[in-house]
Design a protein around this ligand. Structure first.
Ligand code: GLA
Length: 670
């Protein structure tokens, strides 16, 4: 699957080749990424280096400009003025780098990243070792092949083999130049309650950037995007798909250059980023996942869904059906107590719910969003028998029990803040711009991450907890890590190195717990979170018609098993729109189903309808959560279908009538 033929490296997946070449000057030229059965692929591999004026020649022996060569790796200073892969500030103050080929290895196994989450079970890995000609620095390029998924994963590592400190000013994970082609980009933008809006635009010149600077992968611009031919549809045409295994600030730039060529880089956002690397130290980038399809956008989704389900999600819940849950948030918000929850649980049990989730409001002195984050002990007024008492009453109903936490945060009005004001990320003595009355903990400080670990360990082992919803409800402001002091440009990235360590420890210590990611809905919906948590709350917007669009957006890059969808009460709490219970179920059914409403507000006919919905969902959930998903080009709304083992389920949304319809093997389900 990975081989070197002459000076060419071949990476092969089920349908595709990724090919690049070692040039006489030690640089790597990208030759081809596309379908391996394309009869013109050999011709497309011809490297026709053009010579143009007003450029610089690399050297006398290699009198071409790097700017005119499709590259696999690039930096500043030797003639390539396009977006670089890496920018190093050398010890002498220069930022010219000249990384050239040194050696390569092909391994059957893929190396795990040391500081960041990574994909696993690859069908081989190529490591290309580059050395800077003048500064004694090393750069490794990693290429992993996922044959069945048709995905290539790239990442890089910088190694300071010199005896001087250097600084990394920019370090992307992947750089690809695709020649003689311009693209239409499809990306997904939004905000709170309005995630994953699909946006398409033809790129013809200049740089188009999809990035985030919220401190999260963000609902503003999800790191997943596609580049396609202008006439590509859901079912036909060529398309590339890109994603990043990273939850922090990301940066993706698609640069259409003077010769109608396209450079794509994906990686960490270099805004307010700089890393000091001492001799012998290393720095690794997040992984970038790349795929190609000649069967339209559905081909990209199929590849990415397979990749996420088999090489990102891991642990006990990999490819295993997810429980139908009832969540207390839209039922009671903060106003919960043992009696209210037990009575809701009793009703839940009767209609077929499997997992009962107590959302926000159970800890410290929490009665609204103004206090207690960080104080992870039960509120005795609301729960006189502690979590244990509540949990055993829920378990006695043969329901699993789950809780909500927001461990990365602290309220100023909390015992934790009063004891450790220096544990919060803020500029001491200066005004702090607040977000939802809470601040972010400086988890880079090991004392703080140990506190989070020990408080969660205590809570999670206090009773029989089967599920945890892990929230993150604000974005970064006044960013300052008291712990890092004069290395503040490392804060945003180091935050995630620490967070991943915390998540990794907990999911390993509590492998039986189903963790669900959340960040005010989808403000941190990405492949890195999915490496730890097998599912994520897609959006706080539960209005079924708005949700259709949001779930449609996620479906391009993420499998249905990765997002959760709830039926809520009407009029909807955010939009005030009233829609039939059937419509609300039909939409929530296409994902991991849950209910988030006060069942006491439903009459007996509605409760019976819900009972039947859950029965229907349980019967088909293996198909829904893990079948092969497709969208159809449909002018009057949306059409989705899922196929597995000769079973087919469809959702059709008729926009003119604002109605939904579910079909199972062609028969309408009423
Ligand atoms: C966020 C989540 C909601 C709910 C609240 C609780 O907004 O997205 O689902 O858990 O927090 O405060």
């Amino acid at each position: 699957m990975i081989r070197k033929v002459g000076s060419n490296f071949f990476l092969e997946t089920k349908n595709n080749y990724y090919i690049f070449k070692l040039l006489p000057n030690g640089y790597l030229a990208h030759l081809y990424y596309g379908n391996k059965y394309d009869e013109n692929y050999k011709q497309k591999c011809n490297l026709n280096i053009r010579r143009t004026g007003n450029t610089v020649e690399y050297s006398q022996e290699f009198p071409y400009s790097l700017e005119n060569i499709p590259l696999e790796c690039s930096s500043y200073g030797k003639g390539d003025i396009r977006e670089p892969l890496i920018v190093i500030r050398n010890h002498d103050g220069s930022n010219t780098s000249d990384f050239v080929f040194d050696s390569y290895q092909i391994a059957d196994e893929k190396e795990k990243l040391e500081t960041l989450p990574s994909s696993y079970n690859a069908d081989g890995q190529l490591i290309v070792n580059l050395t800077d000609r003048y500064y004694n620095l090393k750069l490794q390029l990693f290429y992993s092949v996922f044959y069945e998924s048709d995905v290539i994963v790239r990442s890089c590592k910088f190694i300071n083999t010199s005896d001087k400190d250097v600084k990394i000013e920019k370090f992307n994970s992947s750089l690809i130049d695709i020649y003689d082609k311009t693209f239409t980009i499809t990306s997904f933008f939004g905000n709170w309650g309005n995630e994953m809006n699909k946006h398409q635009i033809k790129l013809s010149a200049g740089k188009y950037v999809i990035s985030s600077y919220t401190g999260t992968s963000s609902n503003r611009n999800n790191p997943f995007f596609m580049l396609s031919d202008d006439d590509t549809t859901e079912t036909n045409g060529q398309c590339y798909g890109f994603n990043l295994v990273y939850s922090g600030n990301h940066y993706n730039s698609i640069e259409t250059t003077h010769l109608q060529r396209t450079r794509i880089v994906q990686g960490i956002n270099s805004e307010n980023f700089e890393f000091e690397i001492a001799p012998e130290e290393t720095f690794e980038t997040p992984e970038a996942a790349i795929t190609f399809s000649n069967t339209g956008f559905n081909g990209i989704s199929k590849n990415m869904h397979h990749f996420v389900n088999n090489h990102i999600i891991r642990g006990n819940f990999k490819n295993s059906i997810r429980p139908v849950l009832l969540n207390s948030w839209e039922a009671y918000y903060f106003f919960i107590n043992e009696e209210k929850l037990v009575s809701l649980a009793e009703k839940s049990k009767k209609i077929g719910i499997e997992l009962f989730v107590m959302d926000d409001g159970w800890f410290g002195r929490r009665k609204n969003d103004q206090s207690s984050l960080g104080d992870w002990y039960v509120n005795w007024d609301k729960f006189p028998n502690s979590l244990e008492g509540l949990c055993s009453r829920i378990n006695d109903l043969s329901l699993q029990f789950g809780i909500w936490v927001e461990p990365e945060m602290v309220s100023v009005d909390s015992d934790l803040y009063r004891c450790h004001p220096d544990w919060s990320m803020e500029i001491r003595g200066k005004h702090h711009s607040e977000g939802r009355n809470q601040r972010i903990l400086d988890i880079i400080n090991p004392e703080v991450s140990n506190y989070i670990l020990s408080s969660l360990r205590r809570v999670l082992s206090s009773c029989n907890i089967s599920y945890v919803k892990w929230d993150f409800n604000r974005i970064f402001s006044d960013m300052y890590s008291p712990y890092l002091q004069n290395r503040q440009k490392e804060t945003a990235h180091r935050y995630y190195i620490s967070l991943y360590k915390i998540m990794d420890t907990l999911v390993k210590e509590f492998p039986h717990i189903l963790f669900e990611g959340c960040a005010g809905g989808g403000n941190r919906f990405d492949l890195a979170i999915l490496c730890y948590f097998p599912q994520i709350w897609a959006s706080d917007k539960t209005d079924a018609l708005d949700r259709l669009r949001i779930q449609n957006g996620y479906s391009y890059g993420y499998p249905l098993s990765s997002y959760t969808c709830h039926v809520s009460i009407c009029p909807n709490h955010l939009t005030r729109r009233t829609l039939p219970l059937k419509t609300r179920f039909d939409v929530a059914c296409f994902g991991n189903l849950g209910y988030e409403l006060n069942l006491n507000l439903l009459d007996e006919y509605e409760l019976e309808e819900v009972r039947k919905q859950i029965e229907f969902y349980k019967k088909h959930r293996q198909l829904i959560q893990f079948g092969e998903f497709e969208r159809e080009d449909y002018e009057n709304g949306l059409k989705w279908s899922i196929i597995k083992d000769e079973q087919k389920i469809e959702l059709i949304y008729h926009q003119d009538r604002q109605t939904t319809e579910i079909k199972v093997n062609g028969e309408t389900y009423e």
